[in-house]
Design a protein around this ligand. Structure first.
Ligand code: HEC
Ligand code: HEC
Ligand code: HEC
Ligand code: HEC
Ligand code: HEC
Length: 188
């Protein structure tokens, strides 16, 4: 287990956040928001955005409970920037037979048959132009759950951390003594 897990601002759970915001209400109205209040506001916006409706109602919770691991579906091919979404064939390895009469699985089988990639809607996205690379982070030892939360509990994939917000990146860089000048993430 990652020893830093749970200690990151990016991992503030919605309930804790609500409690923090509530505590913040005690401040005199004329007082300028502190940097941490500003972070909480950003985080609140990030976490409150409803998860997108996906073309097929895939559940991480259900599938990870079967003991499947992330790398069955998400590999990190060259040049390492992106994690891949699963090949439909990976799904069909089971669903050619499992639950094949369910409407969602029929739809899955049609994507497989027509060789059309499933148009999954993106959940975590950084602004275009920001320097980002999964592999650099995986090699530095950061774990999926540090940035994407307890995926195995998610029936529907949703943003549960503020990792796509600038402070989510910078707070962690500062903790790990990773570079955090503007040019680290923004090309001049
Ligand atoms: C059986 C295949 C499968 C496994 C195993 C799996 N995933 Fe996924 N994952 C998917 C599919 C399909 C999607 C796209 C649909 C969705 O967002 O729910 C997805 C989406 C995601 C996303 C959202 C990406 C984005 O920005 O849109 C994250 C993050 C993610 N998975 C992390 C994980 C992690 C971490 C694990 C292991 C703990 C894992 N997944 C295991 C199939 C899988
Ligand atoms: C240091 C934080 C961090 C770690 C660690 C991390 N991710 Fe991500 N992940 C992100 C960010 C930020 C994005 C959005 C990137 C973008 O816009 O392309 C993302 C996007 C994704 C996506 C969507 C496709 C893509 O690459 O944009 C998937 C799938 C995903 N992550 C899965 C995983 C899995 C599985 C692991 C562990 C093996 C993991 N991530 C580890 C931060 C992280
Ligand atoms: C290791 C085998 C396995 C893999 C791989 C797998 N699934 Fe499943 N999936 C299952 C099982 C088992 C169930 C539960 C079936 C049931 O409830 O009858 C299930 C259930 C589902 C359901 C719910 C069906 C329903 O309506 O009840 C969907 C949707 C689904 N899977 C989509 C996917 C997608 C998309 C992928 C690939 C990203 C995938 N599965 C990969 C085994 C698998
Ligand atoms: C969980 C902690 C964590 C989070 C969250 C995180 N990073 Fe990092 N990042 C690191 C570490 C650790 C390194 C590796 C530093 C090293 O190897 O010297 C790194 C390295 C990098 C590098 C390479 C820097 C270099 O030395 O060239 C870039 C670019 C980067 N991160 C961008 C981002 C962006 C953009 C985000 C947010 C979307 C982000 N990081 C979120 C921990 C994190
Ligand atoms: C560790 C990575 C990282 C560092 C260091 C960093 N940023 Fe950012 N920055 C980001 C990310 C990620 C976003 C996108 C946030 C979002 O989508 O909400 C962003 C967004 C921005 C934006 C908004 C861009 C827009 O088009 O709306 C500005 C302005 C900005 N950064 C300026 C700076 C300045 C100035 C510095 C240096 C003091 C800096 N950043 C350092 C990661 C970083």
């Amino acid at each position: 287990m990652n020893r830093n897990k749970g200690s990151f601002a990016v991992l503030v759970a919605a309930q804790t956040l609500a409690a923090l915001l509530f505590a913040g209400l005690g401040l005199p109205a004329q007082q300028a928001p502190s940097p941490s209040t500003a972070k909480q506001e950003i985080l609140k916006r990030v976490l409150e955005a409803p998860p997108p409706v996906q073309p097929i109602p895939y559940s991480h919770k259900k599938h990870l409970a079967m003991g499947l691991t992330c790398d069955l579906c998400h590999t990190n091919p060259e040049p390492g920037v992106l994690m891949k979404f699963p090949e439909t064939a990976t799904c069909m390895g089971c669903h050619a037979t499992v639950a094949k009469d369910k409407p969602a699985i029929r739809k899955l089988a049609e994507y497989a048959k027509s060789k059309t990639p499933i148009p999954w809607v993106r959940v975590y996205v950084v602004l275009p132009g920001v320097s980002w690379n999964h592999r650099a982070h995986l090699q530095a030892g950061t774990k999926c759950e540090t940035c994407h939360g307890q995926v195995e509990q998610l029936e529907v994939m949703a943003r549960v951390t503020g990792v796509t917000a600038m402070f989510g990146c910078i707070d962690c860089h500062e903790k790990h003594n990773a570079r955090a000048e503007c040019e680290t993430c923004h090309k001049p």
